[in-house]
Design a protein around this ligand. Structure first.
Ligand code: MN
Length: 408
């Protein structure tokens, strides 16, 4: 299916811009994501590498994009006859069209070409790098197709150094183009509409997964589905930040945190609302109001030039005052308790990745997209409240993408 917002010209322009940002004569190799075994002969649902998508608009696994000083081509993976029977074959013309004119080669032809290019340009090879934090701090296996391609290239250039093009791709992706803002707005509107629909039918739903099912249907209608694992967290479950089991009952007189995002052309929304079951108690209302006031302050601070480090400190300062008013602190100096009740950052970049690439130490610039999502989590009271909106930095401040009901 062709994209509606991100046209072949969009992907072609992204490749031109990457080429412009690298030294002239550079050879750039960008691997797609590969298929990952789930168990036995089944694989996890395929999710394309965001850099590869940004440069090709192609959603197939095991491909390699090559940008040489004189041409651009994609190397496809060889598919056995039996694999073609089960997974279908790749139509080279469709791939070529979607990318805006990249040559598409079989694995054999493509690697012959790349071998020759690596020989010619071995001293100027660029490829995306992966932060060691993914495996070290997050315990993840990073995508093996990328590593396989890079290792093969390294052998072919006999260990010559490979430079990272991740800083260039990060800088490009952090500032959104009009087509990207439109895709994001579509994903976000789909999300806010669906959350309002959940609100309308809330008393007819009895388990967290029923909320998830309603949202899944909405996100598949015109979108690709969820941009990340949805969080539907009732009562005390909401105090576990990344709770995704979504199998608990929706208990009476509790709050439910709904943190979800539809995906449109691979751009993800990220919106959170907290909904009361029955008439909210004064305590629930006070906590919700505190989060809302912190969010309103935070949003007013998002503009060109804002340094996220200073911004997070200012938001945390106001949060300490609110926690004091709620009786959770005895002094605003109790920073360890502020961290207990508000254990995450207020904002992250949003785009192709739900936690998108961007430089958290540089001042914000126009057309960056961020979330704004303060929360208060009180395990001992079984209450969690988070309110999250998506905003784009404009010339004179910011614009909210995610207008929808906020009240409990
Ligand atoms: Mn978020």
């Amino acid at each position: 299916m062709m994209n509606y917002y991100c046209t072949p010209e969009f992907f072609a322009a992204n490749r031109r811009e990457l080429r412009r940002q690298l030294p002239s004569g550079a050879l750039c190799v960008i691997p797609s994501a590969g298929l990952l075994q789930r168990t036995g002969d089944t694989s996890f649902p395929f999710v394309q590498d965001s850099n590869f998508w940004y440069l090709t608009g192609s959603n197939h696994p095991d491909m390699v994009l090559v940008i040489s000083p004189i041409e651009e081509y994609i190397i496809t993976a060889t598919r056995s006859v039996s694999r073609q029977t089960f997974d279908g074959s790749i139509d080279f013309d469709v791939v070529r069209q979607a990318t805006g004119g990249v040559h598409v080669f079989t694995a054999h032809e493509g690697w012959q070409r790349l071998k020759a290019d690596l020989h010619t340009y071995s001293s100027t090879l660029y490829a995306p790098s992966v932060s060691p934090a993914y495996s070290k701090a997050h315990g993840m296996f990073t995508n093996p197709h990328r590593r396989k391609v890079i290792e093969k290239c390294r052998r072919l250039i006999s260990g010559a150094p490979i430079s990272s093009c991740t800083p260039q791709l990060t800088a490009m992706r952090a500032v959104k183009q009009p087509a990207e803002l439109q895709a994001l707005q579509a994903a976000i509107t789909m999300t806010t509409t669906a959350i309002d629909q959940v609100r309308e039918y809330f008393l007819e739903l009895h388990y967290e997964y029923e909320v998830e099912a309603l949202l899944s249907k909405a996100f598949r209608t015109g979108g690709e589905g969820h941009g990340f694992a949805p969080i539907i967290a009732n009562g005390k479950q909401a105090t576990t930040l990344h709770y995704t089991e979504n199998n608990g009952p929706l208990l009476r007189d509790t709050l439910t945190v709904i943190d979800v995002g539809a995906s449109v052309e691979h751009y993800s929304a990220d919106v959170t609302r907290t909904i009361a079951r029955g008439t909210p108690t004064p305590r629930q209302m006070a906590i919700h109001q505190a989060v809302l006031e912190v969010q309103q302050f935070a949003m007013s601070e998002l503009r060109v030039g804002t340094l996220l480090r200073d911004y997070e400190a200012a938001v945390r300062g106001l949060m300490a005052k609110k926690l004091l008013q709620l009786g959770l602190l005895t002094s605003v100096a109790q920073t360890d308790l502020v961290a207990k009740y508000y254990p995450h950052a207020t904002s992250h970049f949003l785009g192709l990745d739900v936690h998108d690439v961007g430089d958290y130490s540089a001042p914000l610039t126009e057309n960056m997209v961020l979330t704004c999502e303060p929360g208060i989590y009180i395990p001992e009271e079984g209450i969690g409240v988070r309110i999250e909106d998506d905003v784009v930095i404009t010339k004179h401040g910011s614009r909210v993408f995610s207008e929808c009901t906020v009240a409990l």
